[in-house]
Design a protein around this ligand. Structure first.
Ligand SMILES: Nc1ncnc2c1ncn2[C@@H]1O[C@H](COP(=O)(O)OP(=O)(O)OP(=O)(O)O)[C@@H](O)[C@H]1O
Ligand SMILES: [Mg+2]
Length: 310
């Protein structure tokens, strides 16, 4: 039986007055829950309050029925494994020594910690890296070590802050494959600013924007509620006005870049290309965007993820 995580009315003001999180509710009952949003939207602040690492200004968190910020905090924290965005390792020591250290902190004996470290390195496919110094690890190997470190205490809830950041798409997928096999019965809550990652690897997504949850639901629910139709984006010259195509109203992204919402993408592309060529307007490029969480973010916030990340 997996346990549940419930965060209610989380609110955090940092010293200096930054309101980083402004009333966030999160419930995770099973599977993978992602917090998706741009830089500075409050994901790390929220995750560390859930993990028991940062005290909320207001609000409550319960994990497996224990109050993380109340008298039962120790019981709650025993259930939690937490890999922060930048897990602190002693980089001149080996991966094994680092894992053993985390194991001892979680109350394992030396022998148990070594056994557990070997077992996790095996499932996370770390080869013989365990004996090498962490300083020699690639980004992907270091991410695996972070997950192993967070798993040392046999947690029921694993909190991962940007587990795949800095990895290329292939390495990211490989890491997720390992996470899925390693953590079948563990509840995972993680953050990402990559919409495809949230869509592929979570059954529940919380979309963060400026310290609040702008929308939440399964990827499918979010897409069907907020952005169910494909879009076609036309790149033309800046001096070309947007053209209305047989009932399709263009949305202006910027001068020379126009977006159309369509039912059938291939028919839409044909109609749009025809309409522009009849007017003698040169098309440099046409892009089709399938409905996705990126579009959902745009619909609920009026902002583009890549714009706000810059
Ligand atoms: N220790 C701190 N002191 C003051 N302000 C902070 C502190 N940590 C974060 N903030 C601010 O709180 C807001 C939320 O930051 P947070 O790190 O939670 O965002 P995030 O969504 O995790 O961003 P990223 O994608 O960059 O990791 C930002 O405005 C940030 O500058
Ligand atoms: Mg963060």
């Amino acid at each position: 039986m997996t346990c549940t995580v419930e965060a209610l009315g989380l609110y955090k003001v940092y010293p200096g007055g930054v309101e980083a999180v402004k009333g966030v509710d999160i419930t995770a009952r099973s599977g993978r829950t992602s917090l998706m949003g741009p830089n500075g939207s409050g994901k790390t602040t929220t995750l560390s309050m859930i993990a028991g690492a940062l005290k909320p200004t207001r609000g409550s968190v319960t994990v497996c029925g224990y109050d993380v910020w109340g008298a039962e905090w120790l019981d709650a924290r025993r259930k939690i494994g937490y890999a922060p965005q930048d897990m602190p390792f002693r980089v001149r020591l080996s991966g094994m020594d680092n894992l053993v250290w985390y194991g001892l902190l979680k109350g394992l004996s030396l022998g148990e910690a070594r056994r557990r470290a070997r077992e996790l390195a095996e499932v996370l496919d770390m080869g013989d890296y365990l004996g090498r110094s962490v300083a020699s690890y690639s980004g992907g190997m270091r991410r695996r070590l972070s997950i192993a470190a967070a798993m040392m205490g046999y947690p029921e809830v694993l909190i991962l802050d940007e587990p795949a950041s800095g990895l290329d798409p292939r390495a990211r997928e490989e890491l997720w494959r390992l996470i899925e096999v390693t953590l079948k019965d563990v509840l995972v809550i993680y953050s990402t600013h990559i919409p495809e990652e949230a869509a592929r690897h979570s059954n529940m997504v919380y979309i963060f924007n400026e310290g609040v949850v702008a929308a939440s639901g399964s990827p499918e629910e979010l897409i069907s509620r907020y952005s169910p139709k494909p879009k076609i984006i036309v790149y033309t010259r800046e001096d070309v006005e947007p053209i209305r195509v047989d009932g399709l109203e263009p949305q202006v992204i910027s001068r020379g870049i126009y977006m159309y919402t369509v039912d059938d993408p291939s028919q839409g592309v044909r109609m749009i290309v025809d309409a522009y060529s009849i007017r003698g307007a040169p098309i440099e490029r046409v892009e089709t965007r399938k409905p996705g969480l990126e579009e959902v973010f745009f619909t609920v916030t009026g902002r583009r993820l890549e714009e706000v990340e810059a």
